[in-house]
Design a protein around this ligand. Structure first.
Ligand SMILES: Cc1ncc(COP(=O)(O)O)c(C=O)c1O
Length: 439
């Protein structure tokens, strides 16, 4: 743990293994909070004295959501009953809420549909990607490989390999294994750094995580997407740990397909539905492996033959989970009503994680923990992961001490920093309690 850490250019680098910083970090936290343009947003959330650094697992409850859910349950369901599918906009909620998420991940409207879990959307996206790659091969098309937004193309050997991030959150790996078996592909786990070297003319699709759930490492989405396209394959990105925490730029970087959850940095609530992005020009070719009636061109035609709807609606499957969906819709108001920019959130996120690393360096006995989160801003998501031999026991005691992060087996303490409601005083306190716990 010897990488020098820089606090957003405000101070000289501090060695994590070094002595306590001479500055009064608690006082510095007060100054940083006073200067924080996003500080007032904290009032929009239901929080207490607990220092909550687990928004990368489950985001906090926005204070206005219970009243909205109450209205959905009592009036929309209780009074309007079935009329609400039309009158309360239930039927179109998956696309409407997709359009609310779109600006947060750098997508124009009409490309995101909300529903199902991330796991299910990984399945849809990956199988659809392989099907498009196969189609390219069969048609002998020659796309302009290498250009963003121009995936696919190229005749020659059949594309029968899926690359999956070897460090992925397990569900993506499990689903990819099944998708590979179903599509007759070989599954090859590689680290994101190994992807460029592993790509070839047999690669059909690559499933990657934007931010590593364990280490908090941010992967280079633009460069990796370009590399995938240069090989004629399709890129599927899992945005669970980046959406709502940092700029993603789906359209700008020509990402083909993407999925993500809404219960972390988007604060949609436990089990809130996930989303699926299908780039506009790929939508006519998106062949869902789960073609439920909600994605039919004429869902109420009750036809025995399936005909896909046009647009992102193709990603729908069955009846949407309206209560969760509308709780999520309400939660997204925080972004719109307060005019919060993703750029401002990212700047604060980096300042928070920098400050945390600095406080840990100052307070925690040398050698007791080791940061596995990259020091470089370009490689860091919105969490800090500290390796610690007795991490499970330490996190238990931290939670008893009023600091909530989480433990990831076998030895990682994870701390998530949600800029909408985490302040610098929280950060300083968390590091202080951590040091006491470890001491
Ligand atoms: C990166 C990543 N992908 C997928 C998932 C699982 O999502 P779901 O439970 O919505 O299927 C998670 C859950 O935390 C995750 O962190």
């Amino acid at each position: 743990m010897s990488e020098p850490l820089d606090l957003a250019g405000q101070t000289a680098p501090v060695d994590l293994a070094g002595q306590a910083a001479s500055v009064d970090l608690a006082e510095e936290a007060r100054r940083l909070d006073a200067a924080d343009a996003l500080a007032a947003l904290r009032e929009r959330f239901v929080l207490d004295d607990v220092t909550y650094l687990d928004g990368n697992s489950l985001g906090a409850l926005p204070a206005h959501v219970p009243a909205r859910v109450d209205d959905v349950v009592r009036r929309q369901w209780g009074e309007l009953r079935i009329r609400s599918w039309e009158e309360s906009g239930w039927w179109t909620a998956p696309e409407r809420i997709g359009d609310r998420i779109a600006p947060l991940v750098g997508a124009a409207a009409g490309q995101i549909v909300v529903g199902d879990s991330t796991s299910v959307n990984v399945f849809k996206a990956l199988v659809a990607a392989v099907r498009m790659a196969r189609e390219d091969g069969e048609a002998g098309e020659h796309g302009e490989a290498g250009e963003a937004g121009e995936a696919g193309g190229g005749s020659g050997p059949i594309r029968d390999e899926i690359l999956v991030d070897a460090t992925t959150f397990p569900t993506d790996g499990y689903i990819a294994e099944s998708a590979a078996r179903m599509t007759g592909c070989a599954l090859r786990p590689v680290t994101p750094a190994e992807v460029p070297g592993a790509l070839g003319d047999r690669t059909a699709a690559v499933l990657l995580n934007h931010v590593d759930y364990r280490t908090g490492r941010l992967h280079d989405l633009p460069a990796l997407t370009r590399a995938v396209h240069a090989s004629g394959a399709y890129a599927v990105w899992d945005l669970c740990h980046s959406a709502g925490a940092l700029p993603v730029g789906l359209d700008e970087h020509g990402v083909d397909l993407a999925v993500g959850c809404t219960y972390k940095y988007l604060n949609g609530g436990p089990g809130s539905p996930a989303y699926l992005y299908v780039r506009r020009d790929l939508q006519p070719r998106f062949d869902s492996p789960l073609p439920g009636w909600n994605s039919h061109a004429e869902p109420f035609g009750m036809r025995s033959a399936y005909a896909p709807a046009s647009g992102a609606v193709r990603g729908r499957v069955g009846t949407p989970d309206i209560l969760s969906l509308l709780a999520l819709e309400a939660a997204l108001d925080v972004w719109d009503e307060d005019g919060v920019s993703v750029a401002a959130v990212r700047a604060k996120s980096l300042a928070l994680t920098d400050f945390f690393l600095r406080c840990v360096g100052a307070y925690v006995p040398p050698g007791r923990v080791e940061s596995v989160t990259p020091a470089a801003h370009a490689e860091r998501g919105s969490q800090v992961a500290l390796r610690c031999d007795d991490a499970g026991e330490v996190m238990k005691r931290l939670i008893e001490g009023g600091v909530v992060g989480d433990f990831r087996a076998p030895d990682v303490l994870r701390f998530g920093f949600t800029p909408l409601y985490v302040g610098f005083a929280d950060v300083e306190r968390a590091a202080r309690v951590l040091a006491r716990t470890l001491g």
